[in-house]
Ligand binder design. Sequence first.
Ligand code: ADP
Ligand code: MG
Length: 736
Amino acid sequence: MQFQSILRVHFLWIPLLATTYKLLAFSSMTFDTPLSTIATIKQPTLAKLERMDLSTVRDLLYHFPFRYEDYSAIHTIDSLVPEEKCTIVGTITKIEAGRTWKKKLFLTEVTLADDTGQIRLIWFNQRFIAQSLEIGITIRVSGKVTRDQKGLVMQSPAFERSSRDATHTGRLVPIYPETAGLTSKFFRWQLSGIFTKLTEFPDPIPEDILKQLHLPSLKQALFSIHFPKDIEHEQIARKRFAFDEMLCVQLKALQVKALFETARATPLPFDERVVKKFISTLPFTFTDAQRKASFEILKDMERPQPMNRLLNGDVGSGKTVVAALAAFVAAEHTCQVAILAPTEVLARQHFESLSRLFADTGHGVTLFTGSYRILDGKTTTRPTLLKAIAAGIPRIIVGTHALLQEDVAFEKLALIVVDEQHRFGVSQRARLQELSFNSTDGSRELVPHFLSMTATPIPRTLTLAFFGNLDLSILDELPKNRKPIITRIGSTARDREKIYELIRSEIAKGRQAFVIFPLVEESLALKDVKAAIAEHQHLTETVFPNLNIGLIHGRMKAKEKEVMMRDFKEKKYDILVATAVVEVGIDVPNATLILIEEAERFGLAQLHQFRGRVGRGEHQSYCFLFPHQHSASTESSGEQAGKKSGEYNERLKVLEKSTSGFEIAEADLALRGPGAFFGTRQSGMPDITMENLTNLKLITIARDEAKNILMADPLLIKHPLLKTGLQKFEERIHFE
Ligand code: ADP
Ligand code: MG
């Protein structure tokens, strides 16, 4: 009874509140004021804004310019240069308006004069312009100058009376993403209105943090991003928003981490005898780094909470065997393990190397990809394999995203290992997360332990930013038996001859070589595939007529690639010409030489990956990098070519000097920025955050601050602004 009446009272309040809210909206503006209540915005503009997902004042304030035109300097008319953008101030001496001689366009032509000369301004089909101008008034005009038969002219420039404050001209003018027919001018006009009416700018970031980082308040930052006094103000505003985003990233990461803490997993106690049993089957001893990482992983797996760890290791550092040990421990506990690779070739290779590693352990390895299904060493059908997996029969299952399909059910999945997780698509990663919350009935009963592996040594700032929810194990040490790979940058045709000579002598000694041709986007670049095919032909016919040369490229079917890789491994070919498909993980210990053409097209981290294809056995290995001008097809005189390559060489030299993937990654990040490092599309990060990913201080402070905030207030009850901010952030960003 009582409860109902309370309810009724509550309901009574709702219309009342709504009315008050509307009144408030009219009298004063807030972030939440709907754009539909702003008098100067009418249909059909509202509908256009709606289509851009802009419905409140907040949305408009966070609709940032993507660049600025610098119209801050005022030019005199005699100093104007055609094709340049500029701002001039002058008096109108003539206005002509009417249809053009072809009667198609309505033309407004204005003559503007200052002390140094005159210029024509023209607009097409904008009748209102003639009405808003008169002879004798002084206006400020910004735009691009061109020259036609009659002299200097500006077409459709922005203008305003010079007595007004500069909004559209004479300053750093913001340019907005203009979709749905809304112009930058519209946004500038509305936003300047909003800034005069808005009184409250509720700031989610506490003042002391802003002070500590020398960042502006929300109000100041919003103003500076739309109407920057100068470029410094604009940049500091961007930094402030990057911090906001990074704080959200960190809050989210820590929340996910906390969520994993509350989940339950199958504890897999680690028994020294079991570990020794596995290690004793290996033909080598673990490096210290491998030992430490294995210990961290096995310790995690002992706990009744799911492990959530990233194994970040340099190429050739031996991640596979570390993952294999974890898989072995789980399998010995009669549990299932799923090992996922981003491509069929890599899945196949993991399958083969794991089959070898497990040969003496009594555990079979199963393969499940789009094209291959192997159980107990025999090819089988999909339904048979699905049934077996659901019955818990195969324990160690290697596969691609095919393993993530809805109808794949495990009986007792206790560990998921994902190789190169960032190469999986967004929806696959989402499914992975679902799978890791192994909820057949939504009860989230037992969550598998989760081990992510990456062969891209990731700089510290990026691990914090992208993988903040994961614990980290690092393999920064190569097995002792490795000789450092000798790396050289080729710069002349003579260099190329010498390299070809070295390839011949290595092959005479029984070794093999890779020749890499760039393939930037695996499925798209037909041109690159053609280049690789042409190079293959050139090498076969002209350079190495006596050798067997294979070819592998991204346009080949998985089966064909597979066969080619296997044949190369089995030494049916001396040289393998390849596009970037051999980038990650391919293991051919007998290959000792790699020649990378058009090396400047790749990032350093990627080149380091390629280089890691050699030096995997006991023989001395070599890596040669050739920038574009010197590739075989475009032979040029040595001297000229040598000069041109100077600019690339600076960057490539990092590889000559360093063999540490972590060092190279840091250099790559500094040189090319995080967008190039990971690929913006893959990261799912907003641009503004990407720009700041090299800023370790900003990231660590965001991390620490997120920790402090959540420690005191895990549900963000006392931080309502942050909570809404985080929700808005999640709507925009897909988080791993
Ligand atoms: P990556 O970390 O690049 O995936 P892999 O796991 O493929 O490296 O290992 C590279 C090669 O090194 C493999 O042939 C593997 O058998 C070998 N290997 C791994 N660990 C050691 C070690 N401790 N000592 C010697 N060789 C090792
Ligand atoms: Mg590997």
